[in-house]
Write a protein that binds this ligand. Sequence first.
Ligand code: A3P
Length: 330
Amino acid sequence: MDPKELPSNVRDDEISEETKKLISSLPSRIDYQGNKICKYQGCWYFYNTLQGVLNFQRGFQPQDTDIILASYPKSGTTWLKALTVALLERSKKHSSDDADHPLLYDNPHGIIPFLEIDVYSESSSPNLAKFSAPPRLFSTHMPLHTIHREALKHSPCKIVYVCRNVKDTLISCWFYSSAIYKIEPTRSVLESRFEEFCNGTNYFGPFWEHILSYWRGSLEDPNYVLFMRYEEMKAEPRDQIKRLAVFLGCPFTKQEEDSGSLDKILDLCSLRNLRSLEVNKTGQSINNVEHSFFFRKGEVGDSKNYLTPEMENKIDMIIQEKLQGCGLKF
Ligand code: A3P
C-alpha cells in the first residue's frame, strides 16, 4: 500500500529536524505493519503523531471551560463524542425537528477533533478560530501524564475518559486497522496485534499505563477527570448519560427527563442511528479515515468470538499483574 494512502498520523513524513533528533534518542521499533513507532514519556507513537504530541505540549493554552474527551483507541470515543455534542447542544436553539443538529452533518470526530492527530498535527500554533465559543471540545488518545504534564497543570478544565474491556478493544483495533490498511483481518494479523498489545508496544500502548493514568487522575480529583466505562454505558445508558451531564455542568431537569429529551439523545447517538446517517456512510475524516470504519458491532464481549482461551488467559494475567491493588476490575 502506498504510504500516502494511510492516515497522516500513522506516517513519518511530517516531522521536524528537532523531532528527528529527539526520536534518535528514544526507544523505537517497526510495528507489525512495517510502520516506525517510538516511545515518548512512556507511550508509543507513530512519528507524525509524536510530532503532534510535541506541538500540543509546546503550544496548547488551556481555557478554564475546555472539555477534553480522552480514550485508548477503539474504546468508545465516537459514542462519547456524540453524546457530549448532543448534551451540550440542548442549550442551543434548533429547528423544531432538529434538522440542523450538527450530528446530522458531521461525524463526531469532525466536530470534536483530536489534539495530537488533528489540531496540533502540523503546528504548535494552529488556527483555533473554529473553537471560539466556549466550551471548546477536544479529544485525545494521549495518556493523562502527557497532556497534564505541561499543558494542563493549573487548568480547571474537564476531562472525560472512556475505558473499555481490553479484550474487546483489541478485537476492535484488529478490525479497524485492517480496514485502514486495506488488509484482511486474518488470524495471523490478530496474533501480531495480540503480541504487541500484550507487550505494550502498540500505538498508544501500553494499555495498562493508559488506563491507570486516567483512573488515578479520577481518584485524585473526580471533579477534574470523569472515568466512564463502555460496558456501563451499554448496560445502563440513562444513568451514565445523566452522570456525564452532571459532570459537564448541564444536568437534565425533571421536565427534560419527563419529556423524553434524554431518550431522544440516546437514540440520536445510538450506533444504529449514527451509522445510518448519510455523512457517516459516505464521508471521510480530516485525517482520511472513512467515517463508516468507526461503526462496527458495538457489542460487549465480542472478543469471545475471536480470542482463544490461551489468549484470554494471557490478557487476564497481564491485567491482574499490572492493575493489582488499584481498585479497577475487568
Ligand atoms: P466494535 O469494533 O467492537 O464494534 P472508537 O469510537 O473509540 O473508535 O471505538 C470504536 C468502537 O465503538 C467500535 O466497536 C464501534 O462499533 C463502537 N461504537 C461506535 N459508535 C458507537 C455508538 N454510537 N454506540 C456504541 N458503540 C459504538
